[in-house]
Ligand binder design. Structure first.
Ligand code: FEO
Ligand code: CA
Ligand code: CA
Ligand code: CA
Length: 609
C-alpha cells in the first residue's frame, strides 16, 4: 500500500548483514569519523598517548575508558555561556559539546603486561588505581562539523573531565542523612566522584544527567563483617564482596570495613551543567538509589517534569519521578531545582495490560518503622526494598527507558534475565530463563502525542520479543509487533536491547549488548513505532567483535548519529599480545581502545532516511 511505501522510504538505508569480525560496519553511503578514543587528549598537549607511561595526571587530561552514554549539547553562536537553556534551545547541529560517560575500567586491557599473574606476583600499584579512577566518570569535549567531517576543539574552555575524585554536592531528601556521613564528610552533603556511569539523560534547561550503575564492584570488603545487619544486606545487594577489585587497598574509602557508609553515596543520578565548566555536579537523591541505567525526561511547559528510569539488575524495577515544581521554559534558575524535590514511583504491570505507579513515600503503606524505614532518606537509599514491599513488578533487567515524543509512549528496554524461573513468569516478563530480552510499550492515558505522564494509571503492551522470529523452538522465537516472521529480514532480528534513542522523525534506534552468543556482532537496529512497519527492525550498524554499542545520540537535525563502541576485545585476557584485534587503530603498539564514532551520510541527508 501507499502507507507501507512511505514507511519503507522512512528507513530506506541498505541494511547491513549480521557479521562477526574485528571491524565496525555501516550501510553504503555512510561515513564514520573516529572522534574520540580512550587516551586522546582533550586539552592542548604535545605528549602522545602511551599506555605504558600513562599516569593519573595525564589521564585526567584525556578521554576516559569504556565510553557509554552520549549527550550532544548544542552551542548557540550568540548565547552567553551560563545560559544552558538558550544553548539547548538553539538546536545547532554543527557545533556543540559532546558529553560522554566512562562506565568502568578493565586494567588487563589498559596496562601492558597486566594479568592475574602480574597482579599476584608484582602487586598492583597505587599508580594503576589512580589511573583507573581518572579514566572513570565523564568527559565534555567541544566538537564541530566542518567540510572534512567532525573535529574536536582542544582549545575549548568547555573541555572538562569528571572523574572518581571530582568534588560533588549531595542534594534532595537524603542529603545530610546519617547513613551518608563518613569520616571525610561528616555533613553527608559532599562526595568525591562518580563511578559506574552507564546511560543518562538531558534536560531542556541545558544540564546532563549521568547514571551511577554498577558502583558495587569498585568497593571491596566483606558485608558479613558490617555490624548493622541492614547495611550488610544493602552492601551485599549491590555486589560488594571481598573478591572485588583492589581500589580499597589504595583509596581507603573504597573498603567498607574502613568506611561502611561510603557505598551509600553512590548509586544515584548525577546532574551537571556542561556549559559552566566550574559548576559542581550534584547527586540527586530524590530519584532514588539503585543501579541506575539512566533517567529520561518528559517536559511539558506549565506541568511537572516526569522522568523515567530503570534499575539494571535481575528482578529489579522500572521507576518514574514527578517533580514537585513546575517546568517553565523561561525560568532558567527555578528549573535547575526541579529534580531535587518530588515523588519517586515504581511500576506494577498487571497481566491484563493495565499498569499502576506506586509512590515511594515514607509513612505510607509498608514504608514505616516497622519495616526499618526511619524517614524518606531510608526509603530513597533502600529504594529497591521499598519498591518490592509496595508490590512493584520485578523485571528482566530494565535498561534504558525513554519516551518517543511523536506518539508520547514510553519504551522500556528489558535486556535479559537468566534468573527468571518458569514459576515466576508474568505477562510483562513472559519468558523463563530470558536470554534474548524484550521491549515494553507504556501508554499513559490520552491520545497519541498528548498523554498524561503524571497519571498513576497506564496501559502497557509487549512491543517486541528479541530473538530469531523463525527459531524452531517457540521459547526462543522472537516476535516483532504484529509483523509476520517472514516479513523480518534475516539480518533484522536482534537480542538483548540495551540503549535506545529516537530520531527527529520518531523512529526507534535500539543498541544491543549480548548478540555475540547468537553468532553475530552487537549493533544498532532502527524501526518505526507506528504504522504498518511498526516494530520491524532494520540493521544499521555493527560493532567490532567483543564490543557492545552504547549511547546512540542524534544531532537535533538528525544528520549525525554518535555511537559509543565500548569494550572492544572484551573476553581476552590481554590484548597486548593479540596482533589481530586492535580496533580502531590497528597499530601493533596500541591496545584496542573504546571510542566514539560520528556517523553521517556522505550526501549530507538525514541518517536512516
Ligand atoms: Fe551499563 Fe545497564 O548497562
Ligand atoms: Ca546499558
Ligand atoms: Ca547491558
Ligand atoms: Ca556496558
Amino acid at each position: 500500500s501507499e502507507e507501507k511505501k512511505n514507511h519503507r522510504e522512512n528507513l530506506s538505508f541498505t541494511e547491513i548483514p549480521h557479521a562477526l569480525d574485528s571491524q565496525h560496519h555501516l550501510p553504503e553511503g555512510y561515513r564514520a569519523d573516529l572522534l574520540l578514543r580512550w587516551g586522546d587528549p582533550i586539552t592542548e598537549t604535545d605528549i602522545p598517548f602511551h599506555p605504558e607511561k600513562l599516569d593519573s595526571k595525564s589521564q585526567q587530561q584525556r578521554f576516559g575508558y569504556n565510553n557509554d552514554f552520549i549527550a550532544f549539547m548544542p552551542l548557540a553562536p550568540n548565547a552567553p555561556p551560563n545560559r544552558g537553556d538558550m544553548h539547548a534551545r538553539s538546536r545547532n547541529s554543527t557545533r556543540g559539546l559532546l558529553c560522554v560517560n566512562h562506565e568502568y575500567t578493565q586494567p588487563h586491557l589498559m596496562f601492558p603486561g597486566y594479568n592475574d599473574e602480574f597482579s599476584a606476583t608484582r602487586g598492583v600499584s597505587g599508580a594503576h588505581v589512580a589511573v583507573e579512577q581518572a579514566a572513570c566518570g565523564h568527559s565534555v569535549v567541544e566538537i564541530e562539523r566542518g567540510p572534512d567531517g567532525w573535529q574536536i576543539h582542544l582549545d575549548s574552555p568547555y573541555n572538562r573531565r569528571i572523574t572518581a575524585a571530582t568534588a560533588m554536592e549531595i542534594r534532595g531528601p537524603a542529603a545530610g542523612d546519617r547513613r551518608l556521613r563518613t569520616a571525610e564528610d561528616p555533613t553527608g552533603r559532599r562526595v568525591l566522584g562518580t563511578i559506574g556511569n552507564c546511560a543518562g539523560g538531558k534536560t531542556p534547561w541545558g544540564t546532563v544527567l549521568i547514571a551511577e550503575e554498577g558502583f558495587g564492584s569498585a568497593f571491596q570488603g566483606d558485608p558479613e563483617k558490617i555490624e548493622d545487619p541492614r547495611e550488610a544486606r544493602n552492601h551485599h545487594n549491590f555486589g560488594i564482596a571481598p573478591s572485588n577489585r583492589n581500589w580499597g587497598n589504595y583509596d581507603r574509602r573504597f573498603d567498607i570495613q574502613v568506611e561502611p557508609n561510603e557505598p551509600n553515596r553512590f548509586g544515584w543520578m548525577v546532574e551537571y551543567d556542561p556549559y559552566n565548566p566550574a559548576s559542581r555536579p550534584r547527586k540527586l537523591t530524590a530519584l532514588g538509589r539503585f543501579e541506575h541505567e539512566g533517567f529520561t525526561l518528559v517536559c511539558k511547559p506549565g506541568q511537572a517534569v516526569v522522568a523515567y528510569g530503570g534499575d539494571d539488575d535481575e528482578h529489579q524495577f522500572v521507576y518514574r519521578f514527578i517533580s514537585r515544581g513546575i517546568y517553565r521554559p523561561e525560568d532558567n534558575v527555578g528549573n535547575r531545582e526541579l529534580l531535587t524535590e518530588g515523588t519517586l514511583y515504581a511500576a506494577r504491570f498487571a497481566d491484563n495490560g493495565q499498569g499502576e505507579w506506586l509512590a515511594l513515600r515514607y509513612g505510607q503503606g509498608p514504608l514505616t518503622e516497622e519495616h526499618g524505614f526511619r524517614n524518606q532518606a531510608d526509603v530513597l537509599i533502600d529504594a529497591r526494598r521499598a519498591a518490592a514491599l509496595l508490590g512493584a513488578t520485578p523485571m528482566d533487567r530494565p535498561e534504558d527507558v525513554e519516551t518517543n515524543p511523536h506518539n508520547d509512549c514510553t519504551y522500556v528496554m528489558l535486556t535479559k534475565n537468566k534468573q527468571r524461573r518458569k514459576n515466576d513468569i508474568d505477562a510483562a516478563n513472559p519468558r523463563a530463563h530470558n536470554t534474548r530480552g524484550h521491549v515494553l510499550e507504556i501508554a499513559p492515558p490520552g491520545t497519541s502525542g498528548n498523554r498524561d505522564h503524571t497519571s498513576d494509571d497506564f496501559r502497557w503492551q509487549l512491543f517486541l520479543l528479541g530473538g530469531d522470529p523463525n527459531a524452531g523452538d517457540p521459547a526462543e522465537r522472537g516476535a516483532y509487533g504484529q509483523q509476520s516472521s517472514d516479513s523480518i529480514s534475516p539480518h533484522g532480528w536482534f537480542a538483548n536491547p540495551d540503549n535506545v534513542a529516537f530520531d527527529p522523525r520518531g523512529n526507534m534506534w535500539i543498541a544491543t549488548d549480548g548478540c555475540e552468543r547468537f553468532g553475530f556482532h552487537d549493533g544498532l537496529w532502527a524501526m518505526a513505532t507506528e504504522g504498518p512497519l511498526r516494530a520491524a527492525p532494520k540493521h544499521f550498524f555493527g560493532c567490532p567483535q567483543g564490543a557492545e554499542v552504547c549511547g546512540p545520540e542524534f544531532t537535533p537535525d538528525g544528520k549525525t548519529l554518535f555511537v559509543s563502541v565500548q569494550h572492544p576485545a572484551q573476553g581476552r585476557s590481554s590484548t597486548y599480545d593479540n596482533p589481530l584485534h586492535r580496533w580502531p587503530d590497528n597499530n601493533p603498539k596500541l591496545p584496542p581502545r573504546p571510542s566514539v564514532l560520528a556517523i553521517y551520510r556522505v550526501d549530507g541527508k538525514t541518517v536512516g532516511s
